[in-house]
Design a binder for this molecule. Structure first.
Ligand code: CAA
Ligand code: FAD
Length: 379
């Protein structure tokens, strides 16, 4: 067993770290306060190859492995989880889904510009009444011969107003339940497609979360991903890999907060000595570091299994479950170590604590991860 990173992986990690420190850090508080989407930063991330990291170079991607991807996700998430969720959705949901299951035409038209970072995508599964219970799709895609007539509402869509390409999951044949669901590629600007209200969120406030409305949108049959009725399996299979991205995001939020707390503890004095010289603080740091390392090992295991083309469903859900939980714990302790300074925006840890919560909710809540893990254990 070898836990050493390759030279290439270390170079990717360093490039992501440098980018996060020089390009994301300077205005991250301002973007969070004003719910400002990091448009310029996402454009640069595309130019640097962070938006299609695992995509085959023949489709303008980086051709990298999943380990490199999670290393980059961790570094970006340490500083700006609003930017990293854009990266995660584009890489592991939209690009991966189209590259793995799309037609050559779909790859040429949609995957290439997304992998090159010229545009980005959105993944639209959740609805007002279908979140965890994802098979209860109310959005319909009526088969009209050479096109589908799409009607319904999607909720909570990341990149809702900034995406150009939307993968929309919808019910075609209700009698067939989840086997009658399709995944369609919808373009921004298709008549009848309207972007709804922007959500005012607790965390990842720089990200762009919207409801989407579809009224008689004509989607060509050529835009269906996979065979008729493949849409739900498509969504679930794609989310298996997506959960690795969110686990990496949670890990990054935790390790970012830990690094800030560690350096603060070495500077701040109380009772005539540094905080780091008080055993109570040392023990907090020891627990934080241990949790982070455990989460990282689970994450690397899931990424490794995926790269080896082995079954990674349980490993991905375990990584997401555990990393999102320790992100809560570690960020809360990081605020505690900062004392009152931790409670104000300037020191970053309060934002990381708010950002951490979403990792227990999206791409399958904590309870859904436990459902996936236990089903895998018992099958
Ligand atoms: N991988 C592959 N296929 C899977 C799967 C998985 N992890 N989980 C279920 N399936 C398949 C099943 O095999 C089954 O297909 P077959 O009948 O052909 O075998 C089909 O899906 C239905 O499965 P179940 O009968 O188990 O369905 P269920 O309704 O009992 O539960 C669920 C399924 C696991 C709870 C699922 O609904 C789920 O994952 N819910 C959470 C939804 C979610 O994660 N949403 C995230 C939205 S995207 C997002 O959030 C992005 C973002 O924020 C950035
Ligand atoms: P519900 O499903 O109503 O769940 C409510 C609570 O009940 C949760 O704690 C849940 O775990 C629990 N629960 C539900 N069923 C069970 C059960 N059987 N057993 C035990 N407990 C259960 N979705 C997308 O499709 N695309 C996106 O890009 C996207 N981005 C998002 C961004 C943000 C900021 C947010 C907040 C959400 C986003 N989502 C997205 C939606 C997200 O995936 C859902 O919110 C999530 O899957 C939970 O669904 P829900 O909100 O309807 O909660």
């Amino acid at each position: 067993m070898n836990f050493e990173l390759t030279e290439e992986q270390i170079a990717v990690q360093q490039a992501a770290r440098d980018f996060a420190q020089t390009e994301l850090l300077p205005e991250v508080i301002e973007r969070d306060t004003h719910q400002k989407f990091p448009a310029a930063q996402i454009k640069k991330m595309g130019e640097l190859g962070f938006m299609g990291m695992m995509v085959d170079p023949k489709y303008s991607g980086g051709g990298m492995d999943t380990i490199s991807y999670v290393l980059a996700m961790e570094e970006i998430s340490k500083v700006d989880a609003s930017a990293s969720v854009v990266m995660s959705v584009n890489n592991s949901l939209v690009c991966w889904g189209i590259e793995t299951f799309g037609t050559e035409e779909q790859k040429e038209k949609y995957l290439k510009p997304m992998a090159a970072g010229q545009i980005h995508g959105a993944f639209c599964l959740s609805e007002p009444e279908a979140g965890s219970d994802a098979t209860s799709q109310r959005t319909t895609a009526e088969d009209k011969g050479d096109y589908y007539l799409l009607n319904g509402t999607k909720n909570w869509i990341t990149n809702g107003s900034t995406a150009s390409v939307y993968i929309v999951i919808a019910q075609t044949d209700a009698d067939k339940r989840h086997k009658g669901i399709n995944a369609l590629i919808v373009e921004k600007g298709m008549p009848g497609f309207v972007v709804g209200k922007k959500e005012d969120k607790m965390g990842i406030r720089g990200s762009d979360t919207h409801s989407l409305m579809f009224t008689d949108v004509k989607v060509p049959k050529a835009n269906r991903i996979g065979a008729d009725g493949f849409g739900f399996t498509f969504a679930m299979t794609t989310l298996n890999g997506g959960r690795i991205g969110i686990a990496a995001q949670a890990l990054g939020i935790a390790s970012g907060a830990y690094e800030l707390a560690l350096s603060y503890a070495k500077e701040r004095k109380a009772f005539n000595k540094k905080l780091s010289e008080h055993q109570a603080i040392q023990f907090k740091l020891a627990e934080m570091a241990t949790k982070i390392d455990a989460a990282r090992l689970l994450l690397w295991q899931a990424a490794y299994l995926k790269d080896e083309k082995k079954d990674f469903v349980k490993a991905a859900s375990m990584a997401k479950l555990f990393a999102s939980q320790i992100a809560q714990e570690v960020t809360t302790e990081a605020v505690q170590i900062h004392g009152g300074y931790g409670y104000v925006k300037e020191y970053h840890v309060e934002r990381l604590m708010r950002d951490a919560k979403i990792t227990q909710i999206y791409e399958g809540t904590t309870e859904i991860q436990k459902m996936v893990i236990s089903r895998e254990l018992l099958k």
